[in-house]
Structures are given as structure tokens and as C-alpha cells.
Design a protein around this ligand. Structure first.
Ligand code: BGP
Length: 485
């Protein structure tokens, strides 16, 4: 007998997710300043030490600023959404998008981060984008900071390490909340806030070789982001009627390699270290298990009176996260060596991997959704998920991306299962509905889109947009509200 599952809610938010720094291009147009993302140069695969060499040393930063680095900066170029947004949004509308996730590039609004007045041309650009989305009834979901700390804040305060940055961020948030209060209801305060622990420059514009105790600096910068996020949530609720403000985590569920209690304990620890971030955002306080970690790593957070109340009184309305993979961990020696997943771990023999070694785990998404919902009982929003793959363009211009369709189909089927489990899932934005520059590799050839963009890793191409096979497939998924996959 076929199972009849409770389906997706009627008003489910289907769509796609992007980030300004990987999409827009026009990095120095109309008064925009530089941001941390603008400093990441392209390193061809053969010369790369690992696939996510996105940290920046003091020396390299100085060299880039002095123009001594002879390299391309693909995130500065993006896929030129800045000049193609009307055409791109029309294609999203054709797919039936209910929601479009994007970020505001902070340095378009405050070029240095600490400027006294916002840049009107930057504000106008996002007005135009939101109006275009509204024209088609597409709800914007806006990330305030998607790895886009203004470089001025790095130069002045070493990024989020400086407590002053809280006020600059809140000022920026207030500026855009006030300006777009009639156009944007859904907001995210920080993209993948936990990435700070892996990549402080990406996550918070922090040049980590300038500090002695790295772990101390990372959690201090994070404390500032937590306080800033809570203050922005507070101001957003005050300024925008009916605002829905969420946090965003790169969720990586850890599985134990075996049923050895040592492995179970290790997996539990890894899960706590990952869920710590949503614990602070959703429960409004630091969880007890972090005390031991702080003690063992000589971490003493500098806080101010009132911080605890700010966190406690301004928790998020919903929890959002990216989901690309799970991690398998072992307490034994094999747990030490990386097996090709993004952040190491033991290879899970039950799973296949993408061309970049990310292990594909649709059932893990159901597990993830249940873990979150059991823990917080808050609405959940999957704001990134997808398959980075090499696409082949046929002679007639078509792209038969059945692998992408298979990936998404399997993940969406598990979302449906989770909804039947009782999880309150409100939306799904797959990553990169239009091809854009990869975050971890700065490649164009790692593609996620339903829409192909003619641009290669060296920056050659016409930027012409065309539909892949997955375009019509996703259009039908949305039209049938997830009934036909
Ligand atoms: C997430 C980021 C995105 C993004 C995506 C895919 O971590 O929030 O910005 O790009 O991962 O990663 P990549 O582009 O490295 O394949």
C-alpha cells in the first residue's frame, strides 16, 4: 500500500537562495566599498592546498590592498545580477518562486561600515530589486550579513573582534529595516554564523594571525555577533510590523562511526558544538556544556552588563539553516584524518559523494529537521540545500542535469516525511537557483543552478542565461506544492 503522507502546507515558501557577494558583481559601482568577500582571489585547483582556502593572512591582505596580487577576484564580478536582476527575477517568477533569498551587501549601504550616512545609490538598488520581486508576488528573504563584513571594519577593529562593530551593524540594520519596512518581512541576521569557527575572516572579517589566542578571539567575535543579532532582532520587531527574523546555521549533523560509547559521546559533543549557535539564538543563553569547552581552551569572554538580558529578551522567530551533508565521527585514530567531506570526519560507507567530496545524505535532512524541532519547537526554514556539480552544455544549448534533479527530489521527499513527523517547516530555498560563484572555491564550474550562466572559471563568457532541465522540473514541484517530485 502506498503511504499517503500529510503534504506541504498550503502557503509553503518555495524558492531559491543567493548571496550578494557571489551574485551581484559590480563591486565598486555606485559608491560600494570593499568587503571581506571581495578580498578572496581565485586560486586554480592545481595550486590550491585545500578546497576552502578562504582565510586571509595579514600579509596577504596588505599585498592585495597594495595591488601586488595578480589574480582574479570572481566574487567581485559575480554573475552581474546588478545589471541583470530584471531578467533573473522574471525567470524565478516563471518557476513560480514564492520567496527569493538574497543578501544586502552591507558595504553597498555603508561603504566602510562605520560611515555616518548611508549610500543612497546602494539603498536605491535594493529598492529596485524588492519592487521587481513584489511585481511577481515573490517574498524577499534578506540576509543582513552573508560573509560581507565591510573591509573598513577589518582595518579599524579587526572585524567582529571589536565590540564597536555591534553598534555599526545595528545602525546598518536599522537603516535597512526603516527603508524597506513595507517591502521585506523575512530577515536573517547572519549567514552560517558558525563559519566563524572555521574561517574567521569569512565569518567576521577577523584576520586571525593578528591575535594570540585564536579560540578566544573566535568566541569573542561570536559573542559580539550574538549580541548584535539580538539587538537587530529587537529593532526589527519594533520597526517592521509582522517582521519574522531568524538565525542561520550551517547545520552538520554528526553520526557516530560505531556504537562504541566513545564514538557516541564524540558525536554528541560535535552536535553540541554545532547546535550551540542556535541554542544562543533560540533559547537566549549560552548552554552549560560550553563552560567546560571555554575552560579547557582558556576562553574568558569579555561581556558587558546587560548582554545576558539582550540575548534572553530577543530570541529569533524561526530557525533557518543550510544543509549539504552529515558528518561521521570516530573517537579512534581514524577520526583524526580527513576523509574528503568539507570539514573532515570519517567516510560514511553508506553515502555517495559529490564531485567535491561532500557526502550526500537525504535521510540526514529528515534527521536534522527532527533534531531541530525536538530541541526548539520553533518554525524551521531550509534556506540552502543543493548539489554543486559540473554541467555539460549540449550543442543545442541544453543542460541535462538529471543528477541535480535526483538530489533535490530525494531531499524534498525527506522534507515531506519530516512534515509528516510533525515538524513545522515553513519554506525551502535551494542554493543558487541561478549559477553563481562558489563560496569555498571561487569557481564558476561548481554549479547549483536551474538557470545556466555562460561564464567559466577564468571569467570568460557572455553571461547569457539559459534554462537547464531542472528548471521545468522545479517549476512543476512548486506548481504541485511538492506533490509531484
Ligand atoms: C554555504 C554558503 C553559501 C554557498 C554554499 C555552497 O556555506 O552559505 O554562500 O556558496 O555554502 O558552497 P560552495 O559555493 O562552496 O559550493
Amino acid at each position: 500500500m502506498t503511504k499517503m503522507l500529510k503534504g506541504f502546507p498550503k502557503n509553503f515558501l518555495w524558492g531559491g537562495a543567493t548571496a550578494a557577494n557571489q551574485l551581484e558583481g559590480a563591486f565598486d559601482v555606485d559608491g560600494k566599498g570593499l568587503s571581506s568577500a571581495d578580498m578572496i582571489a581565485y586560486v586554480p585547483k592545481a595550486e590550491r592546498k585545500n578546497d576552502h582556502a578562504i582565510e586571509i593572512s595579514s600579509e596577504r591582505l596588505e599585498d592585495i590592498l597594495a595591488g601586488k596580487v595578480n589574480a582574479r577576484f570572481p566574487k567581485r564580478e559575480g554573475v552581474d545580477f546588478y545589471h541583470h536582476y530584471k531578467e533573473d527575477i522574471a525567470l524565478f517568477a516563471e518557476m513560480g518562486f514564492k520567496v527569493f533569498r538574497m543578501s544586502i551587501h552591507w558595504s553597498r549601504i555603508f561603504p566602510n561600515g562605520y560611515d555616518a550616512e548611508p549610500n543612497e545609490a546602494g539603498l536605491q538598488f535594493y529598492d529596485n530589486v524588492f519592487d521587481e520581486l513584489r511585481k511577481y508576488g515573490i517574498e524577499p528573504l534578506v540576509t543582513l550579513s552573508h560573509y560581507e563584513t565591510p573591509l573598513g571594519l577589518t582595518q579599524k577593529y579587526n572585524g567582529w573582534l571589536g565590540r564597536e562593530v555591534i553598534q555599526h551593524y545595528v545602525n546598518y540594520a536599522e537603516t535597512v529595516f526603516t527603508r524597506y519596512k513595507d517591502k521585506v518581512k523575512y530577515w536573517l541576521t547572519f549567514n552560517e554564523i558558525n563559519v566563524m569557527t572555521m574561517s574567521p575572516f569569512t565569518g567576521g572579517g577577523v584576520v586571525i594571525d593578528r591575535v594570540e589566542n585564536k579560540q578566544q578571539a573566535i568566541y569573542q567575535a561570536l559573542h559580539h555577533q550574538f549580541v548584535a543579532s539580538a539587538l537587530a532582532t529587537k529593532r526589527g520587531h519594533e520597526i517592521i510590523p509582522g517582521a519574522q527574523i531568524g538565525c542561520m546555521l550551517a547545520r552538520i549533523e554528526s553520526y557516530p562511526h560505531t556504537c562504541n560509547p566513545e564514538d557516541i559521546l564524540k558525536a554528541q559533543h560535535e552536535n553540541q558544538m554545532n547546535l550551540f549557535f542556535t541554542d544562543v539564538h533560540a533559547r537566549g543563553e549560552y548552554s552549560n556544556y560550553m563552560n567546560r569547552y571555554f575552560e579547557e581552551n582558556n576562553i574568558v569572554l569579555q561581556t558587558e552588563p546587560g548582554d545576558a538580558e539582550i540575548l534572553k529578551n530577543n530570541t529569533v522567530d524561526f530557525i533557518s539553516f543550510s544543509y549539504y551533508m552529515t558528518l561521521t565521527v570516530s573517537a579512534g585514530p581514524e577520526g583524526e584524518k580527513a576523509a574528503g567531506n568539507l570539514i573532515g570526519g570519517v567516510k560514511n560507507p553508506y553515502l555517495q559523494s559529490s564531485d567535491w567530496g561532500w557526502q550526500i545524505d537525504p535521510i540526514g535532512l529528515r534527521v536534522t529537521l527532527n533534531t531541530f524541532y525536538d530541541r526548539y519547537q520553533k518554525p524551521l526554514f531550509i534556506v540552502e540545500n543543493g548539489l554543486g556539480a559540473y554541467d555539460k552544455v549540449e550543442e543545442d544549448g541544453s543542460v541535462h542535469d538529471t543528477y541535480r534533479i535526483d538530489y533535490l527530489r530525494q531531499h524534498i521527499a525527506q522534507m515531506k516525511e519530516a512534515i509528516a513527523d510533525g515538524v513545522d517547516l515553513i519554506g525551502y530555498t535551494s542554493w543558487g537557483p541561478i549559477d553563481l560563484v562558489s563560496m569555498s572555491t571561487s569557481e564558476m564550474s561548481k554549479r547549483y543552478g536551474f538557470i545556466y550562466v555562460d561564464l567559466d572559471d577564468d571569467g570568460n563568457g557572455t553571461l547569457k542565461r539559459s534554462k537547464k532541465d531542472s528548471f521545468n522540473w522545479y517549476k512543476n514541484v512548486i506548481a504541485t506544492n511538492g506533490e509531484e517530485l
